[in-house]
Design a protein around this ligand. Structure first.
Ligand code: F6P
Length: 554
């Protein structure tokens, strides 16, 4: 059995115990003081790689913390885990598979073996297949049933077959090719289909049915709805191949749906759904930005792969971010992590990272099935700034929980409007600054007195005005959003999640927890339709079924 099926109990390691002792010694650590006693703190705790600048100086750490965290990574055999990931070892033990999304961004000429077979020629073949279809759409050679060129591409997919492609194609809108609009249809909610189809013309629309398994309920229902709509609009079965293509590892099911063999782009079981935007699942990205930009995205991710494999842990972006997450989650009881992009185009990154992190590391047993003895993946939440400042940042500043935050911001805007971008950038920086500095009781009182308040008013208001500060954040600065830098950024978070899973000894690449809801969903559906007469497993669910049925009868 491989070592990753016998993971260590990380909490029993000497480096873990050392971190616990160190944590106790930092009980009164104060970031303001740390900056004033060490003028070099910013330069010591920041680094740049792959077009991304990371400032992690606003954290509850000193240099010793970093050393101890790096010791933990070393003691858990992280270097060996990283090698196993890139070498295609079956690190997804519960599904007996490798997790080889990194192969998808390797340059031509590299070799990656899965079961003794080099997968790289097939990866290159699919990229070529993508180039052909994207080129023919962009050149207007791919025609719909009335011989008009395609103007709209609709990606029908959910989870990893939606979130990554949506993030990237929308983040790279400034790189979009003229003439083709990309849309996403994910949820089974008919309103989503209704709203989208109202904007489309069947004769100029191409649907990509994007599903690794080709068995996902939401995707299949939407694909069927799209086919009915296409036929109702005047399309014919014979011309269906001009309007429906698929990306799937389940070729037979795609063919059974009516997709032509040559219009099916393969996927492989060694690529997890939430890591699949680099594969043909990224077809809508390529439709939007073109293949040369898509390849730039891949090479940006590859540059991060190189950095991740070669940089010493203390200078390694994904490793440092992962260790900081472990520091707060396991030693400061933080239960969530905010992702705060200050860029309209990056607004969907929080949703993508939610799936990436929570579906990967929302686990409670280790690779060998034994229970973990520490907290694992945090709740990922957040959204675009400045909007969040006027909504949930209050809790970050004065709530009772410690919530580490990642701020992400570009230096240059694609759409400068007066001084808006300077203000946006300033707001991003001032939020992390406010989280760190806070406002002391003395400062709050002085401020109120300066406004001319009497002492009674000062004493009443001061506690409400105190902001504890000392709240941690990272700031990730990109010069501007480009395919290359975005590729590196997304890959950086993939590796961050992997490092955490490796240290906790859990499997980041399976997702058994989502299955139960799917199974029970079938029974609930059959009771709603009356096909199943037996009551549901519990009275609450049965009561809600009865309520629905009662309303539909009435
Ligand atoms: O239900 C979870 C999940 O399997 C995700 O892991 C995946 O990204 C999503 O559903 C979609 O799966 P598919 O691409 O097979 O339709």
């Amino acid at each position: 059995m491989a070592y990753y099926q016998h993971p260590l109990d990380v909490t029993a390691l000497p480096s873990w115990q050392a971190l616990q002792t160190h944590r106790a010694s930092l009980q009164n650590f104060n970031m303001r003081e740390a900056f004033s006693t060490d003028p070099e703190r910013f330069s010591k705790l920041s680094l740049s790689s792959c077009g991304i600048f990371l400032d992690y100086s606003k954290n509850l750490i000193n240099q010793e913390t970093r050393e101890l965290l790096v010791n933990l990574a070393q003691e858990t055999g992280l270097a060996q885990s990283i090698r196993a990931l890139f070498d295609g070892e079956p690190i997804n033990a519960s599904e007996a598979r490798p997790a080889l999304h990194t192969a998808l961004r390797r340059p031509i000429g590299d070799k990656v073996l899965v079961d003794g077979v080099d997968v790289m020629p097939e990866v290159q073949r699919v990229l070529h297949q993508m180039t052909e279809v994207v080129g023919s759409i962009h050149d207007g050679l791919w025609r719909g049933y009335t011989e008009k060129p395609i103007t709209d591409v609709v990606n029908i997919g959910i989870g990893g077959s939606f979130l990554g492609p949506q993030l990237v194609s929308e983040a790279l809108l400034p790189f979009a090719q003229r003439g083709v609009r990309c849309h996403y249809l994910a949820n089974i909610d008919g309103s989503e289909f209704h709203e989208l189809s109202a904007k489309l013309r069947a004769e100029t629309t191409l649907f990509i049915v994007s599903s690794k398994s080709f068995s996902t309920l939401e995707t299949l229902k939407n694909a069927q709805a799209a086919r009915r709509w296409y036929l109702a609009q005047g399309g014919s079965e014979a011309q269906l191949y001009r309007h429906f293509i698929a990306v799937s590892s389940n070729r037979e099911a795609a063919v059974a749906f009516g997709i032509h063999e040559e219009n099916i782009f393969p996927m492989w079981d060694w690529v997890g759904g939430r890591y699949s935007l680099w594969s043909a699942i990224g077809l809508p990205i390529a439709m939007s930005i073109g293949m040369s930009n898509f390849k730039e995205l891949l090479s940006g991710a590859y540059s991060m792969d190189e950095h991740f494999q070669s940089a010493p842990f203390e200078d390694n972006m994904p490793v440092l971010l992962a260790l900081l997450g472990i520091w707060y989650g396991n030693f400061w009881d933080a239960q969530s992590q905010a992702i705060l992009p200050y860029d309209h185009y990056l607004r969907n990154i929080t949703k993508h990272l939610q799936q990436l992190d929570m579906e990967s590391n929302g686990k409670r047993v280790r690779q060998d099935g034994s229970p973990v003895s520490c907290a694992t993946g945090p709740v990922i939440w957040g959204g675009v700034g400045c909007n969040g400042q006027h909504a949930y940042h209050q809790l970050l500043h004065q709530g009772t929980q410690l919530i580490p935050a990642d701020f992400i911001v570009p230096v240059v805007s694609y759409n400068p409007v007066a001084d808006h971008h300077q203000w946006l950038y300033a707001n991003c920086l001032s939020q992390s600054q406010a989280l760190m500095l806070g406002k002391s009781r003395a400062e709050a009182e002085a401020e109120l007195r300066a406004k001319g308040m009497n002492e009674e008013q000062v004493q009443f208001l001061a506690p409400h005005k105190v902001i504890p500060g000392n709240r941690p954040s990272n700031t990730l600065v990109l010069e501007r959003i480009s395919p290359r830098r975005l590729g590196a950024l997304v890959a950086m978070y993939e590796h961050k999640v992997f490092v955490q899973s490796a240290i906790w000894g859990i499997n980041a690449f399976d997702q058994w927890g989502v299955e139960l809801g799917k199974e029970l969903g079938k029974g609930v559906y059959q009771r709603l339709t009356g096909d199943e007469q037996q009551p549901a497993e519990d009275p609450s669910t049965q009561g809600l079924i009865d309520y629905f049925r009662g309303r539909h009868r009435g």
